[in-house]
Design a protein around this ligand. Structure first.
Ligand code: NAP
Length: 280
């Protein structure tokens, strides 16, 4: 394959490529074209969610593509309003029907919603869905260490992945170290900070010029060297290709710490602190 993306092995043995495609706002025929193009360019990991209302779009792109299903890694996520055990089971089935898939490779709880206090029973539903063969690997998003510790204590099963907001303005150093110590893979959402002013940052611009790469490529390389899977979203074939063309150079330690040093405590894009933020 032309653009081979390296793999990471999860704690349950499933492999995932280190860069995947984000699909927020990729819907309908234009969305299916964008996802199909990404697969054609070399993407094998596709991130979707029940709440993005594009599981059908992703399923359509999978059917249109010539890549065998078993080479793809398709993700979806359980919404907060369906964390009750029975609703969670039904929702996973509905997610599959929407995509017309027999299984998801990765299924995640979208937010812990700690005030609702149902994420443990939602987790039990994911554990059972894995036993039933509906999903191959199960994980979480936006979980703090205390939430994950509770999952493990009450069910004996640890997530394979925690998908969290991570970009140079919010580098999640402590959470990443905790994941590493607990053998959980970090997956970065909004890895480009949704193309906000991060993409005009002078520090990264200078590093980009040195390597003759774009700012986005430098940022995505930084995620890779941190050991995180990133899932940049792009509808554009040119930018999709740009975002996976990051395996022919490397950042040195100084460059890595210059980029990591851009973090600040209020660096989250929309102030979505999982301790209090809720999404349904
Ligand atoms: N679990 C969660 O709670 C959660 C939350 C948020 C997001 N996510 C997931 O993470 C994915 C990625 O996050 P995101 O979509 O919020 O933000 P992102 O991937 O950081 O940024 C996407 C934006 O960057 C632009 N872009 C992409 N590549 C570019 C490049 N090379 N140069 C310049 N601009 C570029 C895109 O525009 P074009 O499309 O025009 O290229 C789009 O506007 C989502 O799509 C979703 O799958 C998960």
């Amino acid at each position: 394959m032309m653009n081979k993306i390296p793999d990471i092995t999860l704690n349950d043995g499933l492999t995932l490529p280190v860069v995947g495609l984000g699909t927020y706002a990729l819907n309908g025929n234009a969305g299916a074209n964008a996802v199909q193009n990404a697969i054609h360019a070399g993407y094998r990991l596709i991130d979707s969610a029940y709440n993005y209302e594009n599981e059908g779009t992703v399923g359509e792109a999978v059917r249109r593509s010539s890549v065998p299903r078993e080479e793809l890694r398709i993700t979806s996520k359980l919404p907060g309003r369906y964390q009750n055990y029975d609703k969670a089971v039904t929702t996973i089935q509905e997610s599959l029907y929407r995509a017309s898939l027999d299984y998801y490779d990765l299924y995640l709880i979208h937010w812990p919603n700690p005030r609702q206090d149902q994420y443990v029973e939602a987790w039990q539903a994911l554990i059972d869905a894995k036993k039933w063969g509906l999903v191959r690997s199960i994980g979480v998003c936006n979980f703090l260490p205390e939430h994950i510790e509770r999952l493990e204590k009450e069910t004996g099963v640890k997530p394979s992945v925690n998908q969290i907001e991570l970009h140079p303005f919010f580098n999640q150093e402590q959470q990443r170290k905790w994941h590493q110590a607990n053998n959980i893979v970090t997956e970065s959402w909004s890895p480009l900070a949704r193309a906000n002013n991060l993409l005009q940052n002078d520090t990264i611009q200078q590093i980009a010029q040195r390597h003759n790469k774009s700012i986005s490529q430098i940022i995505l390389r930084w995620h890779f060297q941190l050991g995180a899977i990133s899932i940049p979203k792009s509808a554009s074939p040119v930018r999709q290709l740009e975002n996976i063309s990051i395996f022919d150079f490397s950042l040195d330690e100084t460059e890595m710490s210059l980029i990591s040093g851009l973090t600040h405590p209020d660096g989250r894009i929309n102030n979505q602190d999982p301790a209090v933020y809720e999404e349904f």
